[in-house]
Design a protein around this ligand. Structure first.
Ligand code: SF4
Length: 500
């Protein structure tokens, strides 16, 4: 095994991964770390989730030796790993190896049946093996083998999205990727040598922006590298997808570049709106979009929690479980609304109490409005499946769902939407700054999930619990309030045209 050397400038597995995505990103994280923003609250939640999954995965290989040192103490980790292996450990968690300036921490290392050989297991909190995982495993095998370990098999252990709580039978799938990492492993020395070469230069590599800025991971240096991209740009134009890069490659970046396009149909209207700054509204399209809507309307919004390791009976990894709803009932077009809300406040399964409250507001009359209704529909169907006593009511509610989002997408475009028709983009553009979500303590669904986890924590103080309750109720209410106002606005467009 490689000897520990605290002065060695190590390239860790995660840094090599960063370099494989973009060498400039690796350069900046090493030479200009001050430019790198701290992880966002959402990223931190993902890290925490990964840690929880990693710890749970260790239980699948009980009796192992945990290499337990602070993350920066590579020397200590190597010493402990050597001691564990020499001491005859059959399983080692977080085994650490270093060789030739490269380091790798292996989630789970197990003794293989063949004498002197080992198996590497990389734990992922995803529900499938992704292409980038192969690089990840290839680096570990490369470093471990170079450090003198014989590796028989390398696997990715990921969550099984068919496993259900509370039994959590087969919570993980173990996929042998030994034969799949061949090409990644073969190219690795060449890539590492080129990364090292770039790191010795006096300035960052000149590298164009591209899809690699967001895939497979969002790069933290977008602010620096994208500073030459004007606002608005072709990247703010909706519906282009990967085609935006074809335009960029031809030097077309500005929306008013005459070479941008040509487009037909709604794209042509959107481009005209973006260039002139004047909103495009197709009233006939709005009328068509309202086809099938029936008043009274019930505007409905769920907030959900998705645990990597499911907690509620019958739920699977990452299943979105509603814990809160806001409903606004509007009897007539542009009329007043009545508000009903529910927020679960305990660690128990939120669905029984939520359903008891929800079925009271789901009358048999009129349409149920949900912005991007696919989400509410899938949640109603999942609860119908889990609670057959409510199935008829919930499935009937699914049939009544209508959705303002496609009406906006097909018939309205305001330059302030930029490339998104989400309610958070559309509402302030159409209704003004008061409809913005900025300034809310809980401003989005991810924040609502984090707030809920804290809210149901038995150690939370009453004062904090009350604060969280207020913020979560305000956020969910805002979603339905804004939905009502957006539908009122669409109706007013039709009425204005009819009156003209
Ligand atoms: S923003 Fe893009 S080009 Fe810049 S460092 Fe990140 S991935 Fe590389």
């Amino acid at each position: 095994m490689g000897k520990p050397n605290s002065k060695m400038s190590l390239l860790s597995k995660s840094r090599i991964m960063r370099g494989l995505q973009c060498v400039k990103s690796l350069y900046l994280t090493i030479h200009n770390p001050d430019l790198e923003p701290a992880p966002s609250a959402s990223q931190q939640t993902l890290f925490d989730q990964g840690h929880e999954v990693g710890t749970r995965a260790q239980q699948e290989f009980p009796g192992g030796v945990l290499i337990e040192v602070p993350y920066y103490d590579t020397d200590g980790a190597i010493k402990q790993t050597e001691a564990a292996i020499k001491g005859g450990a059959q399983v080692v968690y977080e085994a650490t190896f270093v060789n030739d300036g490269l380091s790798a921490r292996i989630d789970i290392l197990t003794k293989a049946p063949r004498e002197g050989s080992w198996n590497i297991i990389e734990v992922k909190s995803s529900t499938s093996v992704k292409p980038e995982h192969l690089d990840d495993v290839a680096i570990q095998v490369h470093v471990a083998e170079a450090a003198g370990l014989k590796i028989e098999k390398a696997s990715v252990m990921h969550l099984n999205n068919q496993s259900t709580a509370p039994a959590l039978k087969d919570l993980f799938n173990l996929q042998d990727v030994t034969s799949m990492i061949g090409p990644n492993k073969k190219d690795l020395p060449k890539h590492i040598s080129s990364l090292r070469n770039a790191l010795t230069q006096g300035e960052p590599p000149k590298l164009e922006i591209g899809p690699h800025c967001h895939e497979p991971y969002e790069c933290p240096f977008v602010k620096e590298c994208w500073s030459h991209v004007p606002s608005p740009s072709i990247f703010d134009f909706p519906g282009l997808g990967a085609k935006a890069w074809d335009f960029y490659a031809k030097g077309i970046v500005k929306l008013d570049d005459p070479k941008f396009g040509p487009f037909t149909g709604s794209k042509a209207h959107r481009l005209n709106a973006a260039r002139t700054g004047r909103r495009w509204t197709d009233t006939d399209g709005i009328v068509e979009g309202f086809d099938g809507w029936k008043w009274p309307l019930l505007h409905l919004d769920f907030e959900t929690i998705a645990f990597a390791i499911p907690r509620y009976p019958g739920t699977r990894p990452y299943e979105q479980v509603p814990f809160q709803f806001s409903a606004m009932i509007q009897k007539e077009k542009c009329g007043p609304v009545e508000h009903v809300e529910f927020l679960h406040d305990q660690r128990t399964d939120p669905r029984p109490r939520l359903l008891a409250a929800l079925v009271k507001v789901l009358s048999n009359q009129g349409s149920i409005v949900a912005y991007n209704k696919g989400f509410e529909s899938s949640r109603l169907k999942a609860m119908a499946n889990a609670f057959p006593e409510h199935a008829d009511t919930l499935l009937a509610a699914c049939d009544r769902l209508v959705d303002p989002l496609p009406i906006f997408r097909n018939s309205v475009y305001d330059p302030a939407f930029k490339d998104s028709f989400s309610i958070k983009s559309v509402a302030p553009a159409i209704l003004g700054p008061a409809a913005s979500y900025h300034g809310l303590t809980v401003p989005d669904g991810n924040a609502a999930q984090r707030a809920f986890v804290e809210y149901i924590d038995p150690t939370v103080t009453p004062a904090r619990k009350s604060e969280l309750q207020k913020s979560m109720l305000a956020y969910c209410k805002k979603d339905t309030e804004v939905m009502v106002q957006l539908v009122d606005w669409l109706v007013s467009q039709v009425n204005t045209k009819a009156a003209a």
